[in-house]
Design a protein around this ligand. Structure first.
Ligand code: PRP
Length: 220
């Protein structure tokens, strides 16, 4: 046991990490150090279970996993689609549910019907491009923004946006609406391709325990 390699988890900072740790606790994986909200530590270790955890910016999680700096990652499906990194997506964790949508003012609806050249603002240019070019076959001008994307149509930067909609309240409060739905989103577990072979036993055990808990929760 003592020469067992540490399995490293990369978790997207914030709500996703909190939810992930709650779920992990249900299968007996704990990391008390990480619960200290005041800490500035970046990496946390559970020596008994030979596990390490670190918190990273969401978009960086698939990068750490692709390069093997983390064996396992937890991140939103939106980030996986946008980052296009190599890793196995092994589990839908069921939380962080929301939708990727094309949104805008009601009057923009018709711009989506006739393959017009329109401006699309988004934090997710890869997803936006894939949707408009490959699915809708509509040539558009994509403008990358880094947040508060709803401003795009309001201040006249773009005709529509491609963004995450959870409750819909940001749209409502800004006079915008969902015009088209691109795909559903939720938190996913990803695994490095080499780790999946080399540490198959431990990783598969974690995946099946998590599946069991998720199924129990779904049926309760
Ligand atoms: C996200 C997203 C929307 C909002 C959707 O933004 O980009 O703006 O949440 O949630 P709702 O449907 O429940 O209103 P986030 O809060 O992550 O900040 P950002 O605008 O800086 O990306």
């Amino acid at each position: 046991m003592s020469d067992e390699k540490y399995l490293t988890f990369a978790l997207g900072k914030g709500r996703l990490a909190e939810k992930t740790l709650e779920l992990m606790e249900k299968i007996g994986i704990t990391c008390t150090e990480m619960k200290d909200k005041g800490t500035r530590k970046l990496i946390f270790v559970n020596d008994d279970l030979k596990l390490k955890f670190f918190l990273a910016k969401g978009p960086d999680v698939p990068t750490y996993v692709e390069y093997g700096a983390a064996d396992i990652g937890v991140v939103g499906k939106d980030t996986l689609l946008e980052e296009q990194r190599r890793a196995y997506e092994v589990l839908d964790l069921g939380f962080g549910k929301c939708r990727m949508c094309v949104c805008g003012p009601a009057k923009a609806r018709e711009l989506l019907q006739h393959h017009e050249m329109i401006r699309v603002a988004s934090k997710y240019p890869v997803i936006a491009k894939d949707y408009f070019y490959n699915k809708k076959h509509q040539t558009v001008d994509i403008i990358k923004l880094n947040g508060s994307v709803e401003l795009g149509p309001i201040v006249g930067l773009s005709d529509v946006i491609v963004d995450i909609v959870e409750t819909g309240s940001t749209l409502r409060e800004n006079g915008l609406e969902v015009l088209e739905e691109i795909c559903p989103l939720s938190a996913r577990m990803i695994v490095n391709q080499v780790s999946m072979q080399m540490e198959a036993k431990r990783i598969n055990e974690i995946i099946s325990k998590l599946k069991e808990v998720l199924n129990m929760e779904k049926n309760s």
